[in-house]
Design a protein around this ligand. Structure first.
Ligand code: FES
Length: 353
């Protein structure tokens, strides 16, 4: 199946003054399957250059037909501002296959408590997870701890309220605002460690509980620290960094390590049945060198987060500037990210699916 599709915009819903949800129609002849929590990478032509940006889907593959991404305006962001200001229903947008490992497998037999902790547009993948669990697992419950600046900045405010009514007794949404109006009667503050601990204290305690965290890095670290204090096993805690690219993707520092030297090497890349020899200069990543040679490898964030550029190193040694996008097991199995990868030996061979 092709990694790229053109999707038609069915409608655009303004969620808050600075965010929209873009509803894409499923292609009639080739339905795109995805998991709750995954993201779509959009290829958007802005000022004559195609920009790639990844946006989490808020739609549920179980309860909705459309694929829906939510785009929050980023100050100075070329793509988020373009989409917020200029995208219109009927437009065709090129997208890559859905990707991402911040997902949940629904299971109708399960009886569990899913606790979702998010701030700002970090709610987007959590919304998809919430809807999927509520529609699939009739004995499970979902609690959402959701931080925002004020009431106007709450994305999905009405939809969350109507889901809370529809799934009464199985869905709790607890808002916390850092700069609320004086009429606000809910929690006030930032979703930091102490507030997360306080809010969790009031939730029902179920033996089978899973935590999903998405938002700005600082908030995620505070929430994870709270869960460490509660000695929640790490395999029950899932998190996704807030993938907002605010600047042009930049090249990371080339990190020297003690086991090899980063210098110019030629790398062999096996991709879609072809074999390419790519000269990779020391100051470039494998992906940059391949793109310079017009080899159209898959990629998205260019910062080692999204795994769109993942390949397997089947020979030689590769140094990664950034390893966070891969699990320890994947690294042990030889998986690499070409966007942050540099060859350390002359015999590097990379296979890309
Ligand atoms: S392009 Fe996103 S991890 Fe490499």
């Amino acid at each position: 199946m092709s990694k790229y599709h053109f999707l038609k915009v069915e409608k655009i819903v303004r969620e808050t003054p600075d965010s929209i949800s873009v509803h894409f129609e499923q292609p009639a002849n080739q339905r795109i399957s995805y998991k709750s929590g995954q993201f779509l990478t959009l290829l958007v032509p802005v000022n004559g250059k195609t920009e790639r940006r990844s946006y989490s889907m808020c739609s549920s593959p179980i309860s909705e037909n459309n694929l829906v991404v939510t785009v929050k305006r980023v100050e100075g962001g070329k793509v988020s501002n373009f989409l917020n200001d200029q995208l219109k229903p009927g437009a065709l947008v090129e997208v890559m296959e859905p990707m991402g490992t911040f997902t949940i497998e629904p299971n109708a037999d399960k009886q569990r408590h899913i606790i979702l902790i998010g701030a700002g547009s970090g709610i987007t993948p959590l919304m998809s997870i919430a809807k999927t669990i509520l529609h699939t697992e009739s004995r499970s419950r979902v609690s959402v701890l959701y931080g925002n600046r004020n009431e106007q900045s709450i994305i999905f405010k009405e939809e969350l309220a109507s889901l809370t009514q529809k799934f009464a007794g199985r869905l709790d949404v607890i808002h916390v605002l850092s700069q609320p109006a004086s009429s606000w009667t809910g929690h006030i503050g930032r979703l930091n460690q102490s507030l997360v601990l306080k809010m969790l204290e009031h939730l029902p305690k179920w033996a089978d509980t899973e935590y999903f965290i998405c938002g700005p890095d600082g908030m995620m670290e505070e929430a994870k620290q709270a869960l460490r204090i509660l000695q929640i096993p790490s395999e029950r805690v899932h998190s996704e960094s807030f993938l907002t690219v605010t600047k042009e993707p930049v090249h990371g520092e080339v990190v020297e390590d003690t086991t090899g030297e980063v210098k110019d090497y030629t790398v062999t890349i096996m991709y879609e049945g072809a074999e390419y020899k790519v000269a990779v200069p020391a100051q470039k990543t494998i992906l940059e060198a391949a793109l310079d040679n017009d080899i159209d490898l898959p990629y998205s964030c260019q910062s080692g987060m999204c795994t769109a550029c993942m390949g397997k190193c089947v020979s030689g040694k590769v140094l990664l500037d950034e390893e966070d996008g891969l699990s320890e097991t994947e690294i042990k199995q030889g998986y690499i990210l070409t966007c942050v990868g540099h060859p350390l030996t002359s015999d590097v061979v990379i296979e890309i699916d």
